[in-house]
Design a protein around this ligand. Structure first.
Ligand SMILES: Nc1ncnc2c1ncn2[C@@H]1O[C@H](COP(=O)(O)OP(=O)(O)OP(=O)(O)O)[C@@H](O)[C@H]1O
Ligand SMILES: [Mg+2]
Length: 365
């Protein structure tokens, strides 16, 4: 998919404008605090997701104003589409090809994008919950059924946890634990299986990209760690058996803690560089390269699944990469529509961008 035109009105510090990007590499260049990330954020909203900076919709409205209007003309599967987003009174409205939609979630799937911003270094620096969230979000985008299992699993999990806390006071309902556990095992093993399959593909592609980024010198290694016996290919029945057993073995502990200590809600996506934990031992540049490799691999998996390249949004990605890594990155993203922000005009010459947009105080020059 390709964005042909994007228009914005009342969005953050951006001056009302209409931009026609190139279908290849676009650079948004400007000093700090001029509106570069805001521009990427405006594009990102067309994925149907929330701001990648975690900002609430009502705070995206320009200070002192009341409404936001965003519009994109895009080419997807050789068709032209017009997507509109309006934010009024903190609520988001969505219009697709002139048809107002009942729910803002109708935008999901109309435009796919993968974003890399400095916040995403959390993927390495933070705890396992951030990596689980990354996995869940990536798979949810591609498999509606996963979303369904995921929501149900979390519901059943909170039911079991509530019951565990009740059982601390009275053992009367102890038999109902079995019922919740069976449901938890059924839904949980579906999550484990789908995550395992996804990580297997992600691992292979991200390792290839990382090898290229480091000029063949370093290895990136991902591993999905879960409740099952390791190092063999997973079958659903086996996962169910292992998960059930784990729940049985941890019942005493769960009862005393008052929550479920085993299951996919505690899984980990391990990230290693040269066989050492990236979180503990890697440099800033290595961590940035690893996240970038994972994000670019995610891009490739979207393409394989939906048959279209997603839009790539790279916010401030170049600053900690050395020259070789920068050139590899740029070589590895041809034929895709990319938006890269940077602060130095020097860089723009090196990047061989099809279009360079300079931005100052929210205005495109
Ligand atoms: N709702 C809003 N209304 C008006 N201005 C806003 C709003 N939200 C943020 N801003 C302003 O937008 C400005 C630009 O923010 P942005 O994050 O896009 O900068 P940037 O160009 O990416 O800078 P950097 O190079 O430091 O990352 C900030 O100075 C901020 O105060
Ligand atoms: Mg920025």
């Amino acid at each position: 998919m390709r964005i042909k035109e994007i228009s914005f009105r009342g969005f953050r510090n951006l001056k009302d404008a209409s931009i026609e990007p190139s279908e290849g590499i676009n650079i948004i260049c400007g000093e700090n605090a001029q509106g570069k990330t805001n521009f990427l954020e405006a594009i990102w909203l067309f994925t149907g997701g929330r701001s990648f900076r975690g900002t609430k919709d009502k705070d995206l409205v320009r200070f002192g104003e009341h409404e936001v209007f965003l519009e994109i003309k895009e080419k997807i599967y050789d068709r032209e589409q017009r997507l509109k987003i309006e934010i009024k009174n903190g609520k988001r409205y969505v219009i697709i090809n002139k048809v107002p939609q009942q729910s803002a979630s109708a935008m999901v799937g109309q435009m796919c994008a993968v974003v890399f911003s400095p916040n995403h270094l959390d993927l390495i620096k933070s705890g396992p919950n951030v990596r689980r969230k990354f996995l869940d979000t990536a798979i949810c985008q591609l498999q509606p059924l996963y979303t369904e299992h995921f929501l149900k699993y979390n519901h059943v999990l909170s039911q079991r946890n509530m019951l565990l806390r009740q059982l601390k006071k009275s053992k009367k309902l102890i038999d109902t634990l079995d019922i919740w556990e069976d449901k938890l095992v059924e839904l949980g093993s579906e999550l484990i299986l789908r995550r395992e399959t996804y990580v297997k593909k992600l691992k292979k592609i991200s390792a290839e990209i990382y090898l290229g980024l480091s000029a063949g010198k370093e290895k990136l290694f991902l591993q999905y760690k879960n409740i099952t016996a390791k190092e063999k290919s997973l079958k659903k029945e086996q996962i169910k058996k292992d998960f059930k057993e784990a729940l049985k073995n941890s019942r005493e502990e769960d009862l005393s803690m008052g929550f479920t200590t085993k299951g996919p809600h505690r899984d980990e996506l391990e990230i290693k560089i040269n066989e050492k934990s990236a979180r503990q031992f890697s440099s800033q540049g290595q961590q940035r390269s690893a996240v970038l490799a994972i994000k670019l691999a995610e891009t490739e998996l979207v393409r394989q699944t939906i048959g279209e390249d997603p839009i790539i949004l790279l916010d401030d990605v170049l600053s900690e990469l050395d020259g070789k890594r920068q050139s590899y990155l740029l070589r590895s993203i041809p034929r895709k529509q990319v938006f890269i922000t940077c602060c130095e005009t020097e860089l723009t010459k090196k990047l061989k961008a099809e279009k360079v947009f300079e931005i100052s105080d929210g205005a495109f020059l």
